[in-house]
Design a protein around this ligand. Structure first.
Ligand SMILES: [Ca+2]
Length: 467
């Protein structure tokens, strides 16, 4: 018995070990497949992106993306009738204007972004714009207050004047001591925020502070809005929160923006002719906005027609419905430096907007015209170019100093050759060759493309409200 017992016990131990190994192996395999199953699990369904629809009359509905993800306007649908929206991506805080074909007294549901429903009445859609504005006024009086940690807000009514529906249009707002109490906001404007009214709902509007100086009592801010033709949009500017940090982002505002914040990007291309010298450097010691700008040294050592050229694709087609913004700062004049040169894809000089100053003491030149104005070395200037209609030669150029005071402006600039290619697709900086001893050295920053129509939208400021 003992012997058998021991033998049984011995066999039993081996069997137990084998069983343990088998169980461990099976468990490992099971856990492996369970984990593998987890990792290949189907993704969570996309959460609905909330939208709100605001009838603006004349068969049109303004639809706003209240979520934090883009939606595609072409996927917006209605429960009854037809809806026609531009096939564009509508980012967070952006709006799109859609046309709705609904019967006069019908309530329809509008779906967007995979999602939530908003009910609007067909009667509201079809009513005249004038009565819609009355409705908006009543809704304004309901006194929503989007940012409840902010002490003040000011109503700004934006009016579309060109008779065209403007999608995601960058409205340039000028604040001064007669329309704004700078002492109620942070000295650098870091607490300002913008919303726009959609029915009785406020939605965040994207914005960028280009300039803000409380001591001087001057601010320039770009706010992106969709504006139905000949209609008003109500905007609220919030301010009065000392602990708020700046949140404006030019990349969310402009059609194109390059702030040179993370080095000279791969988008800049050196297409210089042989022999030309190009230094194109990221520079965090001199900048107009953010952390850095780009420092450009272009030099053509030969006394021949050698060109040093850097170019960057705009990523949008720049035509008469766009404007261009740029900040620049010379540290050396020289040669035929052309820091602002807008040409077509064939480098067609007929659409070249030459902007240059040859040497210290010379006045600068725009499109071959001596302006009689002398730029100062080491100072930032801002140039705003609007009405880019090269075919009709009506380009407007305004130069501002670093305090946003007008330094010079040139309207309806004429070009020698009106037979030009439009739109512009690239931005060039060019140094021609004629002087062998030095080239131009300058920094530039905040290259932006914005939408532009004439007449531009206008705006009126309401009274300050306290929370
Ligand atoms: Ca910058």
């Amino acid at each position: 018995m003992h012997r058998v017992f021991y033998m049984k016990k011995g066999i039993s131990s081996i069997v137990a070990v084998v069983f343990l190994i088998a169980i461990a192996t099976i468990a490992s395999i099971s856990i492996y497949f369970w984990m593998a199953g987890l990792t290949t699990k189907q993704p969570e369904p996309t959460k609905p992106t909330p939208i709100v629809a605001n009838p603006v009359g004349n068969g049109k509905v303004l639809i706003a993306n209240l979520g934090n993800k883009p939606i595609n306007a072409s996927t917006i649908e209605v429960s009854e009738g037809d809806i026609s929206c531009p096939n564009v991506e509508v980012g967070p805080g952006e709006q799109v204007l859609c046309e709705v074909n609904a019967s006069s007294n019908q309530s329809i549901a509008i779906y967007g972004g995979g999602t939530g429903t908003t009910i609007v009445s067909g009667a509201a859609i079809n009513q005249q714009t004038t009565s819609t504005q009355e409705t908006t006024v009543q809704q304004t009086q309901q006194k929503s207050w989007y940012y409840d940690s902010w002490a003040y807000r000011k109503e700004i009514v934006i009016t579309e004047n060109s008779g065209t529906d403007l999608y995601n249009y960058q409205v340039q707002l000028i604040f001064n001591s007669s329309n704004f109490n700078f002492s109620h906001a942070n000295p650098d404007g870091s607490d300002i925020r913008f919303t726009y009214l959609q029915g009785d709902t406020e939605a965040i509007a994207n914005y960028w502070i280009e300039y803000w100086n409380a001591t001087q009592g001057l601010g320039v801010v770009w706010v992106k809005l969709t504006l139905p033709a000949n209609s008003n949009v109500t905007v609220y500017m919030y301010y009065g929160n000392p602990s708020a940090n700046s949140s404006g982002d030019p990349y969310n505002v402009f059609d194109f923006y390059d702030g040179i914040e993370t080095g000279v990007s791969q988008y800049w291309e050196n297409i210089s002719e042989a022999g030309a010298h190009v230094y194109f450097k990221w520079d965090n010691s001199t900048k107009s906005h953010g952390n850095s700008s780009v420092r450009v040294v272009l030099w053509s050592p030969a006394y021949t027609s050698t060109n040093a050229i850097m170019r960057r694709n705009f990523t949008v087609n720049v035509d008469s419905n766009h404007g261009i913004l740029l900040w620049f700062n010379y540290s050396q004049f020289g040669g035929h430096g052309e820091p602002l040169s807008f040409r077509d894809q064939y480098l067609n000089p007929a659409v070249n907007l030459v902007f240059r100053q040859y040497y210290t003491g010379d006045s600068y030149v725009v499109n071959g015209i001596n302006t009689g104005k002398i730029l100062t070395l080491g100072k930032w200037y801002r140039v705003l170019i609007e009405d880019l209609n090269f075919i009709n030669t009506s380009v407007d150029v305004a130069i501002y100093d670093s305090n946003m005071q007008v330094f010079d402006s040139r309207n309806d600039i004429q070009f020698a050759n009106t037979n030009t290619v439009s739109p512009l697709t690239m931005f060039y900086i060019i140094q021609s060759s004629w002087y062998t001893t030095q080239g131009a050295i300058y920094n530039f920053d905040s290259l932006a493309v914005f939408k532009y129509v004439e007449p531009e939208p206008s705006y009126t400021f309401g009274e300050e409200e306290a929370y």
